[in-house]
Design a protein around this ligand. Sequence first.
Ligand SMILES: CCc1cc2c(cc1OS(N)(=O)=O)CC[C@@H]1[C@@H]2CC[C@]2(C)[C@@H](O)CC[C@@H]12
Ligand SMILES: [Zn+2]
Length: 263
Amino acid sequence: KMQEAAEYNMKMHPMWQGPLAVPGGDRQSPIDIVVRKSVFDSKLKPLETEYDPQTCQQIWNNGYSFLVEYDDTTDKSTLKGGPLQDKFRLCQFHFHWGESNAWGSEHTVDRRLFPAELHLVHWNSDKYSLFEEAVMEDNGLAVIGVFLKVGKRHEGLQKLVDALPAIRHKDSIVEFTRFDPGCLLPANTDDYWTYHGSLTTPPLTESVTWIVMKQHIEVSHDQLAVFRSLLFTSAEEEVQKSMVNNFRVQQPLRGRTVRSSFT
Ligand SMILES: CCc1cc2c(cc1OS(N)(=O)=O)CC[C@@H]1[C@@H]2CC[C@]2(C)[C@@H](O)CC[C@@H]12
Ligand SMILES: [Zn+2]
C-alpha cells in the first residue's frame, strides 16, 4: 500500500518526473538506518541550535509540502556542532507524511516507519553566501530530521496547524511570524544518526549532511489530519488531490556508513 502510494506519486507529480535516483548518484536520500550497522563516533558533538523566532517570515504550499521560511540574510538562526565543522543558517522547515498513520516518514529505523518526518533545512554560511550556491556543494547543507509519532497534542505545533487552511492550494502563501522552530525538536538532541546524503526532492543534489534525531516528537491524530487537508493542486485545477504520501522512496546505501552520537 505504501509502495503503491509512493509509486503513484512518482508518476503523478511533476516534482517526481525527475530521476528516481540521480544518475551516478551514490549518496542519495532517504535511507533505512540499520541501527546495528551504525558506527558510534565519540568525536560527534552535541547539536548547537540558536533559532530566533523573529526571523520567521512566511508559510507556503509549494505543491509538494508546506514550507515555513526564515530570513537567512543574517546569522540569527543557526545550527552548529554535531558532525558539522561550520556554521549553518536555517532557511526553511517542512514535513513529509502519509495518507494513514502507518507510514509517511522518509527515513526509517530498522525498517520502522513513522507517520511523518520534520526536516529543518540549513545551509553553510561560513563557506557560501546564498542557499542556491550551497545547494550545489557537498558540504553545503545540513538537514535535521525528526520523526513524528501520533500521541498527545503538540502545543507548539498548533500555531502552525492553524495557519494551514489558509494555504490549502499549491502556490498559496501567507505571512507567518514569531515561530520558534526549536519547539519542534525533541528534548534530547544529543542522540542522533548522521550520514552524507542528498535532498529528497529535486534538485536531489548530494549536498546534505543528514542529522536524524533518535528521539521522536508526538503530535495528535487531529493535528496530523490537518496536514492531510492540504492539496497538491492549485485552486484553478478541476481535480483536487490531497497532499499525502509526499515522501521519496528509499535509496541504496552504496557503501556509506551511518554514524551515531550515542552507544
Ligand atoms: C518541501 C521539500 C523541499 C523543497 C525544497 C528543498 C528541499 C526540500 O525537502 S528536502 N526533503 O529537504 O529535500 C530544497 C530546494 C528548495 C525546495 C523548495 C523550493 C525552493 C526554495 C526553490 O524556490 C529554490 C530552492 C528550492
Ligand atoms: Zn524533506
